[in-house]
Write a protein that binds this ligand. Structure first.
Ligand code: ZN
Length: 115
């Protein structure tokens, strides 16, 4: 009966496991491999936790590095911008100073003697 066989496969699949020690597929639902007796439940969980931890460290570390790099880049840009503004302001200020001096010189061509 092909239908019954397919049904049995579908039912068996949730408990199908691959042993991390001998790499054999077993249909045991117990915590140990029926072929080599190795425990695959705890090892699998520890491995999964280890992978999760490594993944978390990599992601968090990568994010932190990215944030640090972005922060450094931001600082650099801000510094450059501040320097530019400062330079521009200084130039403008020098110009204004010169303009005021010129204007004063133009309006007061000769100093009048004060009483
Ligand atoms: Zn095994």
């Amino acid at each position: 009966m092909p239908c019954a066989r397919r049904y049995a496969l579908a039912v068996d699949q949730p408990v199908q496991r691959v042993c991390p020690h001998c790499a054999r597929i077993s249909f045991e639902s117990g915590p140990r491999c029926p072929y080599c007796g190795g425990s695959f439940r705890r090892r699998g969980l520890v491995g999964f936790a280890l992978i999760l931890t490594v993944f978390a460290i990599v992601v968090l570390g990568g994010t932190a590095l990215m944030l640090i790099a972005a922060g450094n880049e931001f600082d650099r840009r801000i510094n450059t911008e501040v320097e530019n503004v400062h330079r521009e302001f200084q130039t403008d200020f020098d110009d204004i100073q010169q303009n005021v001096r010129d204007e004063l010189d133009r309006r007061l061509p000769e100093p009048t003697p004060t009483p």
